[in-house]
Design a protein around this ligand. Structure first.
Ligand SMILES: Cc1cc2nc3c(=O)[nH]c(=O)nc-3n(C[C@H](O)[C@H](O)[C@H](O)COP(=O)(O)O)c2cc1C
Ligand code: SF4
Ligand code: SF4
Ligand code: FES
Length: 1141
């Protein structure tokens, strides 16, 4: 029999006998798992090893490990962002699961915490082995109340969830109590059990309390009087858990039997026992259509209410199951004495037929393939709405768009221009769905630009939807084809007249002028992702996004007709990561490397950067970090490289030099501080091109790539007795800007580059694919000596904050001679764009900053230059000594040369970086024995003459782009920047997502200047709302986005404007709104501004301008006459000093 057929039969057999196999088995714990809890997004497990693990419920990736407990954790509860854990020593910890850190901890109960309860109003109660019950302020960890009365261990707590809750408790002292939370007095005592009261259940509807006891009975109580309503007898063993629904009472027994009895049982009624488990039942979950029980007999059973028999048995644990948890999506998680945490397949019961459908592994994986973890993290509101997708009802967070909502429930929707890390652009029309607008009335909607609403009925697979998607794809394909026909790269038959004409005239833009990225617009489909990322994520505005006139020749990628080398492009390559067609890609250096490997004339040396060992695996369909650095090294040897070195070693070397430079600057009263890191070449480009006045702040230390080249071609060349010209040195990098960096004149000696070529991860993956490298079979290799050993500090260079953390560990220890007090510097870890840390060196409190992404850097520098840096709590930052800058989001893990991904992969990558840290022999750069050897044999010491010559560099302004025609975006901004033109001028404030409103604002400002009216232009979020009080005239220009909201760069301004209480009676204003009349909320943001300004008492001096980008001429139809009238009105009203003489 064919083996796949046999496998299929085996599968059928399993479902027929209803035995379920685990979907995922996790084994992170050492020892028993005591508690598991789950949320829609994550599952958590706590164990005997004092640790709490967090996993992603969709991907099963390990997200975080919470470490603070010093004894086994027995209690764990989650409510919203709060996770509370209690341990055997009595330590109570409150974690913030959004920030993944500890909010507070308390030594709460002597002898251990035994019960935790948080209600929906965030009242937190704990009980302990010390017989005490406490209430805590969940925000601060302050004890609010203590409840004294029990004389033995507290077993369970429950509070009603109203403003003034009443609390129920039960204990080993045989009693249960009801407490008045206001007076902290026991209001009622429930006495009657003859042994420990192990469990309780309060029925909110009937207001009846049930208690179960080791004396084998269950009582129901009148909670006002404390008298018994009923006594339920018949169980033959201690009752460990009870549950009540509208009709039945369920009991779990130590003998493994599940008892069921009518709540309103008469004396004659007895328990029905559901047999199946062979040992104690540890947990019970009751749902409307089923019950689930776990047992020490290693199984979980699913029972149907009606048939009262166990339909499905979950087999996978090998030692008793201690805990189970089901999240709102009904995903079941279990933990056991065998240290295993298991996620089970979802079981759906079709109520009419009674049939059971078990989700297959493939189904699950396919469903969530594109699921973006940060959608939930960033966007989820507490409010859920009920929607219908393809006639099935679902509950989803109310602020998701249709794509996100469908992916959240596992329904695929096609998309192209949409990317979870960018705001929707709505340019490709591939994400069509149909939405019901009335009885049997459907309208087409773009799933990426439509937010779900309560009761919305969505169809993703109708004939109209498919036709629309095919139509959209066809249009995109036609665009590509027609552009390709006019491409420079095409060959034409020039024996014909038409062929010659084509040859002479064809000129679709191909630009590889900056040697970092290559643009071939014959592949472009006008999705505008490149413009969006360059503008919003990087705030560079090199690529503009035209509102209209995209045609076969003019694409959505525009650089004002200039080659990239003549723009302010910093070569970060972010546009190449997001381009879905490859129209923008890295400058391809593989042909020359392949030639060199083929010819073999030189000594071939290669080095791997810290982050690329984490991301290479993604190019081969694996999770970040799955292909080890050892296999990577072996594969490089298979390509023909003779020496494989680790650039992490050079990260350690960078730290030695940079850390020493920082200490030197700190001791020199004349030195420029804060010092800025210099290892990111895109950041260096930014300084040289846009902020040359900041050059003195830059550390002179070369980047690890360049230190690698310099040392290989000097120290190592000498060791192997080969001339530097005979070494071919290749670096594998996460970055496109590295390709430019190695060409800098400061990075070569006698015309020979220190590093010959830099390849991105995408390029080296292509080379491996060509050679059919089989990752399963390849053996683990090692890096070569002596430049292949690194510390974990070096590995941290892969992510934002890593350089700073590594530098601090070393600088601190060199300066103080003491061990750096913390192993990890949590404040500067994670993906936040701006992080601030504090460190005390020799009693001096110093601040350090960490920035990632172009946008965050621009904002920082803007404030830094104004002396206006503030902490998140609005405190002034005054003691900043060192700042790390990475131009890409997330640092190198988000680099422009990294694998492309249609999901937000950064959280997974950063986890993999932090996991890698522990696999290395040294934690700190200065402990690395091989670094010590390099200094003793060759460099002598950090900042020595030799080190300065080889490992340090210099920078110079690069204003080449300014010589070319000034580009409209950020360049123009700097001309009119706040402060350059006196304040007594007309203020033009703009909010713009993709540049159209910005362009309109620039036109308005230019026209005012032409009309001899002083004017200045400022981006809304860069303007302090409070200053409006001293303005006389303000012109607002804003577009509208996402169903009536403000564009990103205006949101902060708008929020502050709404809070403004000062009246603006002197201020005259005018608004020009930009929108698209096909949207329901046409020009809504402008209208919001208008009514708010009117509310504040400002006078509107000109009619509201309604720019419609759908019009034939775009918004210009409306803008031109609007400006003419504006100029006239201003001329009539402005004072003399606002006129240009
Ligand atoms: C996803 C998306 C949502 C939009 N929502 C609205 C809207 O609610 N109302 C409106 O008038 N225009 C809307 N527009 C149109 C934009 O306002 C219009 O394209 C404008 O020119 C963008 O200007 P900007 O480049 O300055 O941001 C939307 C456009 C997109 C891509
Ligand atoms: S490389 Fe960076 S700065 Fe240059 S165009 Fe692309 S995103 Fe903009
Ligand atoms: S170059 Fe790429 S990202 Fe930019 S519009 Fe064209 S296809 Fe989209
Ligand atoms: S994905 Fe919605 S229009 Fe492109």
């Amino acid at each position: 029999m064919d083996s796949s057929y046999a496998q299929l039969l085996e599968e059928w057999k399993k479902v027929a006998s209803n035995i379920l196999q685990p979907m995922k088995i996790q084994e992170p714990h050492v020892g028993k798992v005591n508690v598991v809890v789950s949320t829609p997004k994550y599952y958590f497990s706590a164990g005997e090893d004092n640790l709490i693990y967090q996993f992603n419920i969709k991907t099963d990736a390990e997200i975080h490990v919470y470490k603070k407990h010093l004894s086994p954790i027995h209690c764990l509860q989650i409510q919203d962002k709060y996770m509370i854990s209690g341990d055997e020593n009595g330590l109570l910890v409150c974690w913030n699961i959004q920030k993944r850190d500890c909010s507070w901890s308390q030594n709460a109960h002597t002898n251990g915490v035994t019960a935790i309860h948080i209600d929906r109003n965030f009242h937190l109660f704990t009980g302990g082995n010390d017989n005490m019950i406490y209430e805590w302020d969940i925000e601060t960890g302050k004890q609010i109340s203590r409840f004294e009365g029990h004389t033995a261990k507290i077993n369970q707590l429950y509070s009603t969830f109203n403003k003034n809750p009443i609390l129920f408790s039960c204990s080993d002292d045989n009693f249960a109590y009801c407490w008045d939370c206001k007076t902290r007095k026991k209001s009622v005592k429930f006495a009657g059990h003859k042994d420990s009261v192990l469990c309780l259940f309060y029925d909110e509807l009937s207001r009846v309390l049930f208690t179960g006891s080791a004396d084998k009975t269950v009582f129901s109580w009148d909670i006002r009087k404390g008298s018994t309503n009923r006594k339920y007898i018949g169980n033959e063993n201690a009752i460990t858990q009870i549950h009540v629904n509208q009709s039945f009472l369920f009991t779990c027994c130590k003998d493994g039997r599940l008892g069921v009895i009518k709540i309103k049982a008469s004396k004659r009624d007895t328990f029905t026992f559901l047999e199946g488990h062979k040992e104690e039942i540890t947990n019970l979950i009751v749902l409307p259509d089923r019950m689930i029980t776990s047992s020490l007999d290693n199984t979980i059973r699913l029972w149907r209410h009606k048939s009262s028999s166990s339909k499905v048995i979950y087999e996978g644990h090998t030692k008793g199951i201690t805990t189970i948890s089901m999240n709102p999506e009904q995903i079941l998680i279990s933990g056991g004495k065998d240290s295993k945490v298991i996620r089970w397949p979802k079981v759906e019961i079709k109520s009419r037929s009674g049939s059971i459908i078990v989700e297959s592994k493939e189904q699950k994986e396919a469903q969530y393939k594109d699921y973006d973890e940060t959608i939930l993290h960033n966007k989820i509101s507490l409010e859920k709405v009920s929607i219908w997708v393809n006639d099935k009802q679902h509950s989803v967070p109310g602020d998701l768009n249709i794509i996100e909502a469908c992916r959240y429930i596992g329904v695929p929707v096609h998309s192209l221009c949409y990317h979870p890390r960018l705001h929707p652009l709505s340019t490709c029309k591939c994400c069509a769905v149909e939405v019901e607008t009335g009885l049997n009335n459907l309208r087409k909607a773009g799933a990426c630009a439509t937010i779900v609403k309560k009761g919305m009925k969505i169809y993703t697979d109708t004939i109209t939807v498919k036709d629309q998607q095919r139509q959209a794809i066809l249009e995109l394909r036609l665009k590509q084809r027609s552009r390709a026909l006019l491409s420079k790269g095409e060959t034409f038959d020039d024996s014909t007249e038409f062929g010659r004409l084509l040859r002479d005239i064809s000129d679709i833009f191909i630009d590889d002028s900056n040697k970092a990225i290559r643009v071939d617009l014959s592949k472009c489909i006008d999705c505008a992702r490149c413009a969006q990322v360059c503008k919003s994520v990087q705030k560079m505005g090199v690529i503009s996004f035209p509102a209209k006139s995209i045609n076969a020749i003019e694409t959505a990628f525009r650089t004002n007709g200039k080659y990239l080398i003549d723009t302010q492009c910093i070569a970060c390559g972010q546009c190449s990561v997001f381009c879905p067609t490859g129209a923008i890609s890295e400058y391809d250096n593989t042909p020359e490397v392949e030639r060199e490997l083929e010819s073999g004339g030189k000594t071939l040396v290669v080095g791997i950067a810290p982050s690329v060992r984490v991301t290479l695996s993604e190019e081969f369909g694996k999770a970040p970090g799955e292909i080890s650095a050892g296999k990577f090294a072996s594969a490089l040897r298979m390509l023909g490289f003779q020496y494989v070195f680790d650039v992490q070693f050079f990260a350690d070397l960078t730290i030695m030099e940079e850390g020493s430079e920082l200490l030197k600057r700190l001791k020199d009263p004349d030195a420029v501080l804060p010092m800025f890191t210099s290892c990111c070449p895109a950041w260096i480009n930014m300084v040289e091109k846009l902020y040359p006045e900041l050059i003195p702040h830059l550390s002179s230390a070369k980047s690890p790539q360049q230190m690698f080249g310099a040392i290989v071609k000097s120290y190592f060349a000498k060791k192997i007795k080969v001339k530097r010209k005979d070494i071919y040195c290749v670096s594998i990098m996460p970055c496109t800007a590295k390709k430019q960096e190695l060409r800098r004149e400061q990075m070569q000696t006698n015309g020979i580059r220190d590093v010959d070529v830099s390849l991105t991860v995408r390029e080296i993956a292509r080379m491996f694919k060509k050679k059919n490298i089989d990752w399963e079979k390849i053996v683990e290799g090692e890096f070569d000596d002596p430049l292949g050993t690194s510390s974990s500090s070096g590995s941290l260079f892969a992510a934002t904050g890593g350089v700073m953390e590594a530098a601090l560990r070393t600088a601190y220890e060199i300066e103080t001679g003491e061990i750096f007090p913390k192993l990890t510097f949590q404040e500067i870890r994670g993906l936040e764009k701006f992080k601030l840390g504090e460190v005390t060196i020799k009693n001096k409190e110093l601040q350090v900053g960490v920035l990632n992404s172009g946008a965050a850097i621009h904002d920082f520098i803007h404030k830094f230059k104004k002396g206006d840096l503030q902490t998140a709590k609005n405190e002034k930052i005054s003691n900043l000594i060192f700042v790390e800058f990475m131009a890409c989001p997330g640092g190198c893990i988000g680099g422009g040369g990294q694998p492309r991904s249609s999901i937000n992969i950064l959280p997974q990558r950063i986890e993999a970086v932090y996991n890698n840290e522990f696999s290395l022999p040294f934690r700190k750069s200065h402990d690395n024995e091989k670094i010590k050897e390099l200094y003793s044999e060759f460099l002598k010491e950090p900042l020595s003459e030799k080190s300065e010559e080889l490992l340090h560099t210099r920078y110079k302004p690069n204003q080449r782009h300014e010589e070319a025609e000034v580009h409209k975006s950020t360049d123009t901004l700097s001309i009119f920047q706040e402060g350059l033109i006196p304040k007594n001028s007309v203020l033009v404030l703009f909010g713009s997502q993709t540049g159209t409103a910005e362009l309109a604002a620039i036109k308005i400002t230019q026209n005012l200047l032409k009309a001899k009216i002083k004017a200045r232009l400022v981006e809304m979020n860069h303007y302090k709302v409070g200053n409006l009080i001293s303005e006389l005239f303000v012109i607002f220009v804003t577009s509208t986005f996402w169903e009536g909201s403000f564009p990103e760069n205006a949101i902060e301004f708008w929020n502050d404007l709404q809070k403004l209480t000062t009246r603006l009676r002197k201020l005259r204003f005018a608004i020009f709104g930009l929108g698209n009349s096909t949207y329901a909320h046409f020009n809504h943001a402008g209208q919001l501004l208008q009514s708010q300004m009117q509310k504040l008492g400002a006078i509107e001096m000109h009619d509201f301008g309604r720019g419609d980008c759908e019009a034939v001429e775009g918004y210009l139809t409306e803008l031109k006459p609007w400006i003419e009238t504006l100029v006239k009105v201003l001329h009539k009203n402005i004072p003399k000093d606002m006129r240009v003489n």
